[in-house]
Design a protein around this ligand. Sequence first.
Ligand code: NAP
Length: 284
Amino acid sequence: MTDTGNAVLMSGTDVARAITDRTAQRAAQFAEKTGRKPCLATVLVGDDPASETYVRMKRNRCAKVGIESKHVPLPASTTTAQLVELITDLSNDPAVNGILLQHPVPAHIDERAAFEAIAPGKDVDGVTMHSFADMAFGGKGFASCTPAGIMRILDAYDVDPRGKHAVVIGRSPILGKPMGMLLLARDATVTYCHSKTQDLPSIVRTADIVVAAVGRPEFVRGEWIKPGAVVLDAGYNEGNVGDVAFDEAAVRAGLITPVPGGVGPTTIAVLLEQTVDAAFEQRA
Ligand code: NAP
């Protein structure tokens, strides 16, 4: 562990490595039993450079752990109906175990309709309403990968959310909202904050656990952080900058994730792990 200011750095890279090592072993077991690798279909609509990079990183990581990735690039002009049809085909394809539709899709597409075409058993990115409901009710569905990765970081650093006040800044369907549900399921007292929240700094000052999922560089200031709090920065902005002003926050926090090397690597690790889970479950 590295000390940063007063805070201990929580290395998402280390947590992700432990998850991917185990996933690679399980992928090899699957291949041995079935004669084929687990398969993740990656669907990318349009040519947004950041999305292209994210998908490339995910596919490279698949290759490293022994997961086949079937890439489906689609033009930005793709319609909702065409995308839904393609995803439905992948949902029905027995050679595909998991489906990742890279978010965001171009604005003219109904992203929710496209997500909902993913069969629940192949929703390894945890984006469907079925998966969300399952997670909220404590079922066995796939979790949204970034929040699930954050929970793995908390566990790896022995942070028990029980009874703690967790403040989640952001309420997007794939990050903020499921994050709060996972913390609630572990008995945290959860406050959601968003763009209409009044006096955000005073709410964050009462937090034992802060999750920043805003999408604005260095939005959360160090003076908002309660001394000793656990700070998780899900933000990823241009220039490798998080949503937390790291240098300021590290002086007051007890534990903090860096950007890069924090939440990001665990997101991909959970995606791969859930792909192998899906492969085994579909075979059972
Ligand atoms: P999003 O869909 O744009 O949601 C942003 C959230 O922040 C919204 O709920 C919004 O509130 C809230 N917000 C915006 N301005 C605010 C303000 N001034 N005060 C309080 N809340 C405010 O973004 P997202 O997809 O959740 O992503 C958030 C960040 O996480 C981004 O930096 C993104 O790059 C990163 N991310 C990282 C990973 C990873 O793998 N590490 C994965 C996904 C996303 P309203 O709901 O009121 O608009």
